[in-house]
Design a protein around this ligand. Structure first.
Ligand SMILES: [Zn+2]
Length: 104
């Protein structure tokens, strides 16, 4: 019965239509994770509620120290230089790490 064998052959061969979208999905995932790592522009870091005292929203400042002039940092408004206030104080790059650890 030659017709039977040919029909079995065509059934067992993989479908030729519809290219698998898997490659596209992977490409999209890679793209979205890449943009997530660059989620914030330099001046667009979200200002969170201070995680140390929980009382105030942190503020963005620019250093006026000679050794780090113009460098951006984030601190709690209740932070005191003498250490008596809130300890929340981060350079920008550390603040980013902090945000990441908080799942922002
Ligand atoms: Zn604080």
């Amino acid at each position: 019965m030659p017709w039977l064998s040919s029909s079995v052959l065509s059934c067992s061969s993989p479908p030729l239509s519809a290219p698998t979208p898997e490659a596209q999905i992977h490409a999209m995932a890679r793209e979205s994770s890449a943009s997530a790592s660059e989620q914030w522009g330099a001046d667009e870091l979200p200002l969170i509620l201070c995680t140390d005292c929980g009382l105030r929203q942190v503020v963005r400042r620019r250093s006026k120290q000679e050794w780090s002039f113009g460098k951006v940092f984030y601190c709690c408004p209740l932070h005191k230089r003498d250490g008596s206030g809130c300890p929340f104080w981060f350079w920008e790059e550390d603040y980013v790490v902090k945000l990441r650890s908080l799942g922002c």
